[in-house]
Design a binder for this molecule. Sequence first.
Ligand code: HEC
Ligand code: HEC
Length: 331
Amino acid sequence: MFSAVAKVFALLLVVLGAFVWVGNAITDLTGGEKIVTAFGEVDISPEGGEEIFWGKGRCYTCHSLGDRGSAVRCPNLGVFGEKFPLAIGARAEERARERTEKTGEDFTTTDYLVESLAKPDAYLVDGYKNEMAVVYAPPISLNADEIKAVIAYLQSQDGEFDMETLENPSEISAAYFRRIEAATAAGGGDPGEGQIVYEDNCSYCHILNGEGEEVGPDLTGVGLKGLAFLEEAILNPAKTITDGYETRVVVENDGRQTIGLLMRDDPDEIDIVKDTGDIVTIARADIKEITIDKTVSVMPSDIPEALTVKDFQDLLSYLMLQKQAPTEEGS
Ligand code: HEC
Ligand code: HEC
């Protein structure tokens, strides 16, 4: 009888020991910090955010917090001198209140902080230029959870840490988080820069939300097709030619060749739009044959060569944001 109890007790000790060992091993794996979980996820709390503010987020390279830190060129986020009587948590509350009064729309402290990070040019602190880093784009590349943690840290600077508004964001904050998530999903691009890349390289052939030229398919809502689709469509347009956009090769009686999309098909003449965007009108009487070439797309395959890696990531994050399905009249 006694020995049976002793055996159970010994077994318990072994099990307990194993737990302690596993626990230590996990702590070691994560650099001995409790703030980062075993899966590399950040803890959405003021402590988790503090870690990022003074580390990966590189906020400290531009901002000090009260007496902590040595950066002077950007707004101090703590209480500092006459210029900064309130720390950022309390300051954000005040700015949010001002905004609500001005616009009549409910704008929360969290909205203000999310906006400062997601779209820094939306509100410029008096006396400062639009030089705030896009912290969700390279080289900083914070993801949405890391940004939530930083916001928790900022909230806690003389304001209130409010997990509820981070977990269930308002429509304003949610839209910003979608922007950050799209950027992260596309390798950390900056959608704002991506729009410029798009306008320079794509809009003369595609319509997007009602704007641009109608050579290729309408790209409204194209983000719904996903990142893999977009990458392939841009890097290798000929591989998956969109139905109805097959490349025509028109050979005329005199041997001249015109390659492009058939844009107009009338009994007496046709219009072909070339990959330069130029439209060529050809009389039916002059045409010897029209064939379809499935190996080439009218969409140029050398566009990516003209883009830097950053341009390409920015472009993808911009396209990933296009998730509004086309409306009836818009397409
Ligand atoms: C390259 C320098 C730079 C980096 C890096 C940077 N910021 Fe900023 N930040 C600025 C500048 C400049 C402003 C003022 C202009 C503006 O309002 O956008 C600013 C404004 C802000 C504001 C608004 C302050 C106010 O008084 O309303 C917040 C909040 C903020 N930054 C947080 C952060 C956080 C958090 C990080 C790190 C994740 C960070 N910043 C990284 C330069 C930077
Ligand atoms: C010279 C005109 C032209 C330019 C410039 C051009 N495209 Fe295209 N694009 C087309 C044509 C034509 C198609 C349809 C044929 C095909 O699928 O390859 C197409 C297809 C696509 C598709 C597939 C759409 C779908 O729903 O199937 C995507 C995505 C796309 N283009 C994105 C872009 C982006 C992004 C750029 C700028 C980097 C760009 N295109 C520049 C002509 C162009």
